[in-house]
Ligand binder design. Structure first.
Ligand SMILES: C[S@@+](CC[C@H](N)C(=O)[O-])C[C@H]1O[C@@H](n2cnc3c(N)ncnc32)[C@H](O)[C@@H]1O
Length: 237
């Protein structure tokens, strides 16, 4: 992979041990509700009580995988196999301690070691922003999904509209987040990277356009918390 991509992964290797605690503090727990809603909506749209394979790309320490497993259980959905994929071995090591009955593979989103047309659901939570070449990743997601399979993306997107809240959000992301991130994780670079990467990232609309270009049909979009978080569900048609 290119230098920029390897640098991003090296940063996640460094913060892996403190990632969960930093994440909870910085998101103030709101991400739990975003994850819960995204997973429930995907299961509802997929509408099957037998699911063969879910692949969570950029799985990190595995939080979304836990939601896929728990909610499948609650809804009486038989989930046969779940695979977490991430290029950071340190993030995967933590996921392995938290999650049983799952497979893990070290790989990039741009090059998935998975056969064509075999996956029911691909997910990527707060990960696509770190993928340097998104078009390659979207083409991989499309390739591995079965026809009618779903792709669920959760991400912090750039806001489109100006809210009264925007300046508070900007202040939080530019000043508070790197400071709290530094205190909790011990690494200020990583938590400066987060707001910078959101500023450089696309809006929800632009992301949807890229997915359509890759052949997906957008079936659900929800922007939460003053467009801070976007959930997009797209179907392979
Ligand atoms: C912010 S964490 C998100 C982890 C997890 N999905 C969650 O919801 O908490 C981003 C993850 O993306 C991974 N990552 C970075 N570049 C990647 C790439 N090109 N392909 C796949 N994953 C990547 C990092 O190693 C890191 O674990």
């Amino acid at each position: 992979m290119n230098k920029e991509q390897n640098k991003i992964v090296a940063m996640f290797d460094i913060i892996a041990k403190r990632y969960d605690i930093s994440n909870r503090v910085l998101s103030m727990g709101i991400d739990k509700s975003w994850r819960n809603k995204a997973v429930r909506k995907t299961y509802k749209l997929y509408d099957k009580d037998n699911i063969n394979h879910i692949v969570d790309v950029a799985c990190g320490t595995g939080d979304l995988m836990i939601y896929w497993q728990k909610i499948a259980n609650n809804l009486n959905i038989k989930l046969h196999k779940i695979t977490g994929i991430d290029p950071s071995s340190k993030m995967i090591d933590i996921a392995k301690q938290k999650i049983k009955d799952a497979n893990f593979t070290k790989a990039f989103a741009q090059n998935l070691p998975i056969e064509n047309n075999t996956v029911d659901i691909v997910s990527i939570a707060y990960g696509i922003r770190n993928v340097v070449n998104r078009a390659e990743a979207f083409s991989e997601f499309y390739r591995v999904l079965k026809v009618e399979g779903l792709l669920t993306i959760l991400e912090f997107t750039k806001d489109e509209k100006k809210f009264w809240f925007s300046s508070i959000k900007k202040f939080y992301m530019t000043n508070i987040m790197p400071l709290v991130g530094k205190i909790v994780s011990g690494n200020s670079e990583a938590y400066k990277y987060l707001p910078d990467s959101i500023k450089q990232f696309v809006t929800s609309k632009q992301l949807q356009g890229e997915l359509e270009k890759a052949g997906f049909k957008i079936v659900f979009v929800q922007d939460y918390s003053f467009d801070m978080n976007t959930t997009i569900i797209a179907k392979k048609v």
